[in-house]
Design a binder for this molecule. Sequence first.
Ligand code: FMN
Length: 303
Amino acid sequence: MKKVLVLYYSQSGQLRDVIDSVVSPLQESQVVECHCRAIKPVHPYPYPWPFYTFFDAFPEAVNLDGCPVEEMELEADYDLIVLGYTVWFLSPAIPVTGFLQSAQAKALFKGKPVVTVIACRDMWLQAQEKMKGLLAGLGARLLDNVVLIDQGKSLYTFVTTPRWLLTGKKDAFLGFPAAGIAPAEISSASRFGERLVAALADDCELGEGPLLSKLNAVNVDGKLIASEKIAQRSFMIWSRLIKKVGKPGSRNRRVVISIYVVFLLFMVLSVVPLNILLRKLIYPFRKDAIDRAVAGYELPSGK
Ligand SMILES: Cc1cc2nc3c(=O)[nH]c(=O)nc-3n(C[C@H](O)[C@H](O)[C@H](O)COP(=O)(O)O)c2cc1C
C-alpha cells in the first residue's frame, strides 16, 4: 500500500475543491492510503480581505517571509507528497512558505517526490520558480506541476478576482464572468488523480517523472511571461521599501502601501497591455526563443 500525503492551504475553499477533485481517485483506490492535511497559520489571514490587510501581506509574500504554522499530525514517511498552493503576489501563499520553512517540512520532504497543484488567477510562473527553490532547499524531487486558473480573459479577472477576494462576491456581474476557476475545470482535475493511482501502482514515483504528461496539466500564457518578470522586479523594490518603513499593520506602512496601490494600478493598466501588444509585434521575429521559454515554464508536466 502506497502512502500519499496531501497538503494545501485554501481560504475560500476553492483550492480545497481542486485538491478534493485531484485526490478523489486516490481516496477510492485500493493501492493508495491518502492523508489530507490543511496547512493552518497560527494567526489566520482574513477572508474576505480588508483592503489594507490584503496589500499589507505583499512585502512578506514577495520576500518569502513565511508565517508560523500549526504543527500537523503526520506519519514519518510518505511515498509521494501532493502540495496544493495558491499564489499571493507572484509568490507561494505565505502560510505555504511558512510550512515549507518549518522543521516539520524539513524532515518530511527530504528526498521525497512532490506534485505541486496551483489554483490562482493566472499569474503563477514566478511563484512556481520560487516554489522550485523552496523544494530544492528541502531536498525534495519535483515530479509534476498542475495549474488551474480563473475563468475569463486576463483583463476580466483583474476585476473579478480582486472583487471576490475583497468582498467574497463570486457571481457574474455587468458582463463580467463569475470569479474563480470554472466548476467543470475543477471536476475534470480528477484525471490527474487517476493517473497518479496508475503511476503509484507501477512505482513510477521512484523515477524522475513526470507522471502527468499529456494531460494538459499546465498551459503557459506566453503573453504573461514578460509582465510577470517586470512585475517581479518592481515587487522586490517596493516590498523592501514597505518593509523598511514599518511593521505589518503600522501607520507608516499604510501610507507607502497607498502610494504603491496607485503605482500597481498604473502598472496593470499600462505594462500588461503594452507587453501583450509588444509580444504580438515581436512574436514572428522571436518565435523560437518565446516558444522555448513557454516550454521551459511548462516543465515538468507539459501540456
Ligand atoms: C493576497 C493575495 C494575492 C494574490 N496574488 C495573486 C497573484 O499574484 N497571481 C495570481 O494568479 N493569483 C493571485 N491571487 C489569487 C489566489 O492565487 C487564489 O486564486 C485565491 O486567493 C483563491 O484561493 P483560495 O482557495 O485560498 O480561496 C492572490 C490572492 C491573495 C489573497
